[in-house]
Every structure is written in structure tokens, then in C-alpha cells.
Design a protein around this ligand. Sequence first.
Ligand code: XMP
Length: 329
Amino acid sequence: DWTMTSFVDQEIARIRSLVGPKGQVIGAVSGGVDSTVAAKLMKEAIGDRFHAVLVDNGVLRKGEAAQVHATLTKGLGIQLHVIDAADRFLDLLKGVADPEKKRKIIGNTFIDCFEERALAIAKEAENTLNAGPIEFFLQGTLYPDVIESISFKGPSQTIKTHHNVGGLPERMSLKLIEPLRELFKDEVRVLGTSLGIPEDLVWRHPFPGPGIAIRIIGEVTREKVRIAQEADEIFIAEIRAAGLYRQISQAFAAVMEGRAVGVVGDQRLHGYIIALRAVQTTDFMTARAFRFDMEWLERVVERIGNEVEGVARVVYEVTSKPPATIEFE
Ligand code: XMP
């Protein structure tokens, strides 16, 4: 595609002149398409003077940190530092039930972890690469994010501030570099494909910065995280196997508050309640529930009940947005 090739060439030239021959750039990646495409562009432009950081906050999808690590390093040649901070996040989340408090804890802890590691990376890179200090922070902001942050500030939209980095660039006195800020999502996907990013990643459903923590109503515990992750993995695998993944905009499993009674073998189980949610939307401002075939849904529910320990019930949630939101919190 000629237009994409020229976009890539121009953008790489622009990044190089902005960063200079010795400058370094750091950025957070999530495993989503935007941050991965942005990271790949940086890698193409300045090689190992770009440092990608993934913070494993303990509330990612199951196995996601390892998967992102494999794709980015082995697959795409990007230098990636994974911060394993799951215990730190989960300890801080202990006893916290309020959704906005959870978001704050996760946002602030993310910033702390990132900053600590960034300083170490900078120091090391200045020595080994004989490079200058880190001056830039990479952000995978898209054109609709730019527009939205100017024109719309709804309650959850202000909170989901782009890519959950809060005031990080300012706090670290880094300048922003936003190579995707003129692109729409579909253009980012085309660009990602042309840069060799795997299809699975290019079409990945969005995942919120606070992760599974806002898919567990009330207190986040390690057990609830495990249950949400395992149920989610089954649900998504079945959606993929049925060929429905791309028709659905976002799908996930959540853990409800409280318990329900079920029967496992000949034992009564006072177990957790899982809610499955799958929505179709074009803009994430309004959405409706996906209409699964009932027999298909029963099979998925049965699998979750059989395979995920501690689950007593599984429900399928069909509320539209509005009045509901896509996430539960
Ligand atoms: P809601 O739940 O507001 O979600 O209908 C709309 C879209 O935004 C995502 N979302 C978030 N993303 N941090 C994020 O990065 C957040 O705190 C957050 N809350 C919701 C949600 O996954 C959906 O795609």
C-alpha cells in the first residue's frame, strides 16, 4: 500500500529529526494495537534507543504479560522491559471496593513502577549505548482520542484518560511523542499489518487500563482474579472458535459480588457468580449486547462451570449502553 509506505517513511523521518542522533525515548506498552504499532514505529526509527515498558499489574488477562513479551521481543525485535508488579498492586488493592479508588490505586502505582524503572533504564542506556538522556515519552494517541479529549468529558471518559499514564510525562519532565495522532483505528490496523504485527494483536479487543480490577465488583482478591481470568480465557477462546471475535467489539467475563449456591458432584457449593458480557459498538459511547445462539451460550456456560473452580453460576448480561456502561464498574 503506497500511502501507508509513505506514511511510515515520513513518520520515521519526523521521529528521527525530533529525537536526534543520540536521543532516547521511553513508552508504556499494553499489548493492545495502538501501543504496539507506536512501539514498532519507534523501533524502526531509532532502534534500541527506544525502550518499551510493560507493567504487569496482576490484573491483566491470563498469561498476557508473557504473551506480549514474546510477541514484542521475539516477534517484533522491540526492546521490552517487563515489570512484574502483580504483588505490589494486589496488596494495595486489598480491602478496596470502591471503583474509583481502585482506578486511582492502579493508576498511581503504575506511575510509580514506571518511573522507578525508567530512571534505571535511562542510567544504564546512557552508559551502554553512549546515548543522551531520555527526553521523550511515547504515547499511542489516536485522532479520535485527540478530538475526544478536547470536546467531551463524560464521567468515565475523563477517568479513562488516554492510556492511563496520568501525569507521568509531566512528572518526569518528558516531552510527548505521538506518531499515531493523525490516524483512525482502522488506519492503525492497516499500518500495524504492514509493519508485520500479528493479526491477532491487530484485531485485539480493547482492554481497560485498570484491567480485571473493574471486572470484579467490590474487593479484588487473588482468587477472584484467577476466576475472572480463567472464565475469560474460555469465553474468548470459544468466541474465536465460533468465528465471532471480529463481529464483537469487546467481550469479557466479570465476577459479581456475593455468592450463589450450586451443586458440584453431590456437594453443595457456595460459589462465585460470573457474568459474561459481549457488546457490539462502533464508538464505545453506545453499545448493545451481542445475540449469541442460546445453545452455544449453554455450552460455554457449562465449560466455565466445569473448568473454573469456585464458580456456582454463570449469567449472560444483556443491558445496552446506555443505560449501562460496557464495564461493570
Ligand atoms: P464504559 O464502561 O465506560 O467503557 O462503557 C467504554 C470503553 O472504555 C473502556 N474503559 C476504560 N479504559 N481505563 C481505560 O483505559 C478505564 O478506567 C476504563 N473504563 C472503561 C472500556 O473497556 C470500554 O472499551
